[in-house]
Design a binder for this molecule. Structure first.
Ligand SMILES: C[S@@+](CC[C@H](N)C(=O)[O-])C[C@H]1O[C@@H](n2cnc3c(N)ncnc32)[C@H](O)[C@@H]1O
Length: 263
């Protein structure tokens, strides 16, 4: 990323891992420096977690403490209770609990009806004290960020000269079951990136690259001239493979994402 820029946009926010790195670097006076971070995603209960953590962290800490104490007593029964409650009302508090208790932390929604279907994980979820420490840490980081629930087709209309946009869309190769990617159209994304570039914003995109340790090319082909640079980023073993091959050894299953940059 450039050493300094005006605003940072992340239109496919997910867990906000990249934005968190940036906010942390900025808070410790490391590069890069920027004015404001804007995160957005299509999932309302995900965006609400960021807003609650920023505005009212105690609410989410209290919910986690109460529910996880009960989970420790009877994990199987409690997991079903939390998942049923989430599926009935899609509330952010139970979404947080599911992300800490479900298998590998991977949230899957059933294609047919949107039901959150990931089974329970065998691990012991983090203690309420550890959770509170993490929420406090994020609460401080997020003061320079704001969040909105909207599609990238809206949020990507705003970046302009001097801004940076990082896109990590649902990949076209294998993630439809996880993110509901069936409605995701890569041609629309190319158009939105081209418009950001025309307005003077710098855009980075991570997307399918190679899998099976560079033996299989699963890359997508962007329009000519849209990107100036292409890097490969070794992402280790595929998250999807880990989920689907529990307990089996996975040799030759490394995934390399492409990182494309418009400058
Ligand atoms: C590959 S994940 C992003 C992961 C993220 N980089 C992280 O650190 O966790 C893709 C995200 O895009 C979101 N998404 C899917 N379709 C979208 C759309 N039309 N507009 C905005 N976000 C969308 C999904 O909800 C999901 O959180």
């Amino acid at each position: 990323m450039p050493h300094s820029f005006n605003n940072y946009y992340e239109p496919f926010l997910g867990s906000g891992a990249v934005m968190a790195e940036l906010l942390y670097a900025d808070s410790t006076m490391l590069f890069p420096h920027f004015e404001q971070a804007y995160g957005s995603d299509i999932l309302p209960f995900l965006i609400e977690i960021f807003n609650i953590t920023k505005e009212n962290p105690k609410a989410i800490v209290d919910h986690y403490r109460k529910e996880i104490s009960e989970y420790y007593q009877d994990p199987i029964k409690k997991y079903d209770e939390i998942r049923d409650r989430f599926n009935a009302a899609h509330n952010p508090y139970d979404f947080v609990l599911l992300s800490r208790t479900c298998y590998s932390g991977v949230i899957r929604f059933r294609k047919a009806d949107g039901y959150m279907s990931t089974p329970r994980g065998p691990h012991k979820p983090i203690s309420p004290e550890t959770f509170e420490n993490r929420i406090t840490f994020w609460h401080n980081l997020l003061q320079k960020a704001s969040f909105s629930c909207e599609s990238y087709t809206e949020s990507m209309k705003r970046p302009k000269e001097g801004d940076v946009v990082y896109c990590d869309p649902p990949y076209t190769h294998s993630q439809s079951i996880i993110y509901g990617a069936q409605e995701f159209n890569i041609d629309t994304l190319w158009k939105m990136i081209a418009e950001c570039k025309e307005r003077g914003a710098k855009v980075m995109l991570s997307i399918n690259g190679m899998r099976d340790s560079k033996k299989k090319d699963i890359s997508v082909t962007p329009p000519d001239g849209l990107f100036e640079r292409k890097l490969f980023v070794n992402c280790g073993t595929s998250m999807i493979d880990r989920l689907q091959n529990t307990g089996r050894e996975m040799r030759d299953k490394k995934v390399d994402d492409q990182l494309l940059l418009t400058w």
